[in-house]
Design a protein around this ligand. Structure first.
Ligand code: HGY
Ligand code: MN
Ligand code: MN
Length: 425
């Protein structure tokens, strides 16, 4: 057994910071945000960059049919085998999003694998990294990690498109030709026994750690996610000659429906949220009464039964609104991603790691969705949060002090080492 490296069990913070700065240049927008939509050119550039960083570190990279990326350390004599400890996150972003959402967890995972190779500790389980495809739901909420939990059926993937109608299947075919998606997108499910545990490092994307001056968040549970689109269908008419009382204005119906979202969420209570972030209208002439208005919804709740009830009430409100405005309506819900509690055993390891580093910590639920909520259905899963300045995220204002980023990466590294050691949870 090699002598243990005298340096403390910490990451190379300068190397991590340089990686974060480099990656933040890919998909940069004029307003200083990041746009790396799933399966876009910017997403491909970020993966090419990331794969090169992995290969520079002597790591092996492979992808599956959804282009999820799996990063492993080459096995040598005496390398541990069997159920592995995974860590990772995503490289895709929301439009004009921040530089840390997803990127922090993906790059910290890479940094931890580099450090494990340098420290050469006597671990009993393999430690691997993963970058999930389309976490932000350009085509479908948590699409890549969902495919590891269960295979998608072809007809499910066939109907997934971007909000402007571009098909997922076409994108995957292009990515398969570029060598990014290897194998069928309908056979990505992980084999039983692949995983011992999963841990994801992420920014909180909310205000709790920042407001309380706490270093580390130990995530207790992740909110359930619902979504989909509501299509209001009216009649295109002349904006000047059609009397106001004789119109079937689809946008007016959609607008009235959207003003009901806060009341419905408040009615459900218990942390219910409902948002519309995308509206499409047709035919799109300023002097034409709108024929078709499609609103894309995002709604969440920490409790599954209440999330289902929230979905039901939103559908009922859409129906009633359509009737009152004399238009038709089509409710097209996305598959619900269930809320999940995170493993108490992994939470305990994260707390111990934070204590060992002298860092304050706080248990808290996640109002943001994460790939971890899919992985939690495969193995004991935990999340480490670091503070977001002002609680801001999904915007160019997303930011964290680098000291907090380094703390989070060090907690992640220690957590991985514990989980990959003999008595690791
Ligand atoms: O929307 C979310 O909560 C996550 O950032 N995908
Ligand atoms: Mn996000
Ligand atoms: Mn994220």
């Amino acid at each position: 057994m090699s002598t243990v490296d005298p340096t403390p069990l910490t990451v190379n913070a300068d190397r991590l910071r340089a990686d974060l700065d480099d990656l933040a240049q890919i998909g940069r927008t004029e307003s200083g945000g990041i746009s790396r939509a799933a399966y876009s050119e910017a997403d491909a550039q970020s993966r090419t960059w990331f794969r090169q960083r992995c290969q520079d570190a002597g790591l092996l990279v492979r992808t599956d049919g959804l282009a999820n990326m799996f990063i492993t350390r080459p096995a040598g004599p005496g390398s541990p085998c069997g159920p592995a400890v995974w860590t990772g996150s995503h490289l895709d972003t929301v439009p004009n999003g921040g530089r840390l959402d997803g990127a922090l967890g993906a790059l910290a995972a890479l940094e931890c694998l580099r450090r494990l190779s340098e420290l050469d500790l006597p671990l009993v389980r393999p430690v691997s990294a993963v970058v999930f495809s389309d976490e932000e739901g350009t085509y479908g909420h948590l699409l890549g990690s969902g495919g590891l939990v269960r295979n998608y059926r072809p007809e499910q993937l066939d109907q997934l498109t971007t909000r402007d109608g571009r098909s997922l299947i076409t994108a995957l075919q292009n990515w398969s030709e570029q060598g990014w998606a290897v194998g069928l997108p309908t056979s990505t499910e992980l084999a039983p026994g692949t995983l011992h545990a999963f841990v994801e490092l992420h920014i909180e994307q909310g205000p709790n750690l920042d407001r309380t001056g706490t270093d580390i968040g130990v995530v207790t549970a992740i909110v359930g996610l619902g979504g989909g689109s509501v299509e209001f269908l009216g009649r295109a008419d002349h904006a000047g000659t059609t009397p106001m009382t004789e119109r079937q204005d689809a946008l007016l119906a959609a607008a009235d429906f959207l003003t009901q979202l806060p009341g419905i969420a408040a009615e459900i209570g218990g942390g219910a949220v409902a948002t519309c972030g995308v509206i499409r209208v047709e035919p799109g002439g300023a002097n034409v009464v709108v024929e078709r208005a499609v609103v894309t919804l995002d709604f969440r709740h920490p409790d599954l039964a209440r999330l289902v009830e929230l979905s039901r009430q939103l559908a009922a409100a859409a129906e009633a609104t359509a009737v009152s405005f004399g238009v038709a309506v089509r409710w097209q819900p996305a598959e619900i991603v269930p809320p999940v509690p995170l493993a108490a055993s992994v939470q305990s390891v994260i707390r111990d790691a934070a204590d060992a580093l002298g860092l304050s910590h706080l248990p808290l639920p996640s109002g943001a969705g994460h790939d971890s909520q899919n992985l939690a259905r495969l193995a004991p899963t935990g999340m480490v949060f670091v503070p977001s300045k002002g609680g801001r995220s999904h915007s160019p204002a997303e930011d964290s002090d680098f000291a907090d980023v380094g703390n989070g990466a060090n907690v992640l590294l220690r957590t991985l080492v514990t989980l990959a050691s003999r008595d690791g949870a």
